[in-house]
Design a protein around this ligand. Sequence first.
Ligand code: HEC
Ligand code: HEC
Length: 282
Amino acid sequence: MNWQWRAQGPGRQTRQAAPAVPSGWRQVLRRVLRPILRLAPLLALVAGLLSAVSVWADDVRRPGSAYMSPATQALQRDDTQNPAFLWVRDGEQRFAAQCAGCHVAADMRGVAARYPAIDARTGQALTLAGRIRSCHERHLRQPAPGWESEPLLALLAFVTLPSRGMPITPPADARLDAVRAAGEALWRQPFGQLGLACAQCHDRLPGQRLAGSTIPQAHPTGYPIYRLEWQGLGTLQRRMRGCLTAVRAEPFDEGAPQWVALEAMLMRRAAGMPLDAPGVRP
Ligand code: HEC
Ligand code: HEC
């Protein structure tokens, strides 16, 4: 800190010639400024902590798109540019060919906003992707398409689109409580060699940069998403799988109940937020 005072040297000479600052003032400045300068690193630390706390205390819910660059946001907003619409159009044809015997596309409005839901026949919770697979097995009497297969993604994108702009409305079904509780427990559980819980990143650090990406709040409003990194469409399950791999944990099997539980928990956490699928992500 001494160099700061040595830099005042010329001032001392000035004072001898013509006192610009009364010596009383000089004493006061010295007494007040010196401790402040000594405390500077501490003050910086406190300011840093306060801003970290304000990030943590920021309980405004934001969709993933809020953390994206303006260019990626523009890509998501414009249906003629958003690459996910290639899957939507493919899904429209598949729906007409396979599903229209029992469903009208217009009936799909609002459906994506209330899944996962309990299947009446089995009593099990199903994601929307799981429901579409179940219709293949149960009603089309065909093997269900793979979880991240192109036919499933296309149907999922097409079936989700009519719910765009609608608020997420998780069903008030008591049978989902245990599913959501299981999801909540997974959310707080440390995973992988890094021992990190979903909550540690997504509840505490949204907005912070991590290895070139911005940590979002992890609201599931935009799914399925077109991810530039994937050069393709993917489900929420695939996105969450990526987070487990990133913390060096072994992901659950495709379609495992843990994914359904996490999705049910995330949909309740995002209740009331408008769906903005199909999203685009970096
Ligand atoms: C080490 C921090 C970290 C942990 C732990 C973590 N994530 Fe993530 N998560 C991220 C980052 C960073 C992104 C954004 C990645 C990107 O844009 O490339 C992300 C993205 C997501 C998204 C996408 C949100 C959107 O707007 O599209 C979801 C959903 C998600 N994570 C869920 C989870 C779940 C569930 C877990 C626990 C099983 C988890 N994450 C654990 C850092 C983490
Ligand atoms: C033979 C009739 C039939 C066909 C074909 C059919 N479904 Fe279904 N679908 C049903 C029935 C019945 C239900 C109610 C749940 C159940 O009993 O399986 C249903 C439920 C659904 C739901 C949930 C609706 C809600 O309100 O929760 C979706 C989404 C859906 N089907 C999508 C599809 C898609 C996509 C296809 C084409 C690949 C398809 N279905 C083909 C009969 C059919």
